[in-house]
Ligand binder design. Structure first.
Ligand code: SF4
Ligand code: F3S
Ligand code: FES
Length: 248
């Protein structure tokens, strides 16, 4: 069964823009990205949208649908009523390049600021041994598709451009937590998270967890355990030294 859906789509560039109204055909089983593609094929061939896999795996098609951070390719049209007006806008936390495409380079900058896995001196590749339980503990975090929806929704930077310098955002604090959980990592990740990447700004609102399309429990399984380690350190610096010495 086909019907025509009312869309409001943000069109513009880094200087100016506005919502444009479109009436677009919808067919059974389609997702919002299908409608955007039909719009390009019919009314708006110059509409800019970033996408790649159309399977929820590349993390490219992130945008906001009715003000909520979503993947365009994983949002089914059947979740809206036929008379609902569907508003599609670019990610709010990042600068617009054009239409629905934003400049997400903030995230790549933050990724580069986190030192990679740091094994103990003298231990070479091939000599790493870790318990299955430690592998499983951080496995969840590796499902991240880097869609940056969690980064977009976190209020610390969503409404506060000035915090971007000192806050890495949930995706990258989760990366630091993953490294901290690695029994062979020898860097001081707790200090890194707190002093250089703004863990203290996070007040556990859990909005990041709510929007994660991979269902990663960012707050409960990464951010809160990191905060607990910060608290342990504050009261007892020996705890950190001991954990590094004895967990291997
Ligand atoms: Fe996207 Fe989830 Fe990764 Fe954040 S943690 S970038 S929401 S997949
Ligand atoms: Fe932001 Fe997630 Fe913390 S939304 S405030 S990083 S729990
Ligand atoms: Fe790849 Fe949507 S197009 S996640």
């Amino acid at each position: 069964m086909s019907y025509k859906a009312k869309f409001k789509i943000w069109r513009g560039d880094d200087q100016t823009g506005e919502l444009h109204d479109y009436l677009i055909e919808v067919n059974e089983g389609e997702v919002v990205l299908d409608i955007i593609h039909r719009l390009q094929a019919t009314h708006a061939p110059d509409l800019a949208v970033r996408w790649n896999c159309k399977a929820g795996k590349c993390g490219s098609c992130s945008a906001e649908i009715n003000g909520r951070p979503k993947l365009l390719c994983m949002t089914r049209m059947s979740t809206f009523t036929e008379d609902e007006v569907i508003t599609v806008t670019p990610l709010r936390a990042f600068p617009v390049i054009r239409d629905l495409v934003t400049d997400v380079s903030f995230n790549y900058k933050k990724a580069r600021e986190i030192p990679s896995f740091t094994p103990p001196p003298g231990l070479g590749p091939g000599e790493y041994r870790m318990k299955q339980v430690d592998v499983e503990r951080s496995q969840e975090f590796r499902k991240c598709i880097e869609c940056f929806l969690c980064q977009d929704t976190c209020h610390v930077i969503r409404d506060h451009e000035e915090n971007k310098e000192s806050f890495a955002g949930p995706r990258f604090l989760m990366r630091i937590a993953e490294l901290e959980m690695h029994p062979l990592d020898s860097a001081d990740r707790v200090r890194e998270a707190q002093d250089e990447h703004g863990l203290g700004y996070c007040n556990i609102t859990k909005c990041c967890t709510e929007v994660c399309p991979e269902g990663i429990k960012i707050t409960d399984n990464a951010l809160i355990p990191m905060k607990e380690r910060v608290a342990d350190r504050k009261y007892d610096p020996i705890v950190w030294l001991g954990s590094k010495l004895f967990k291997r």
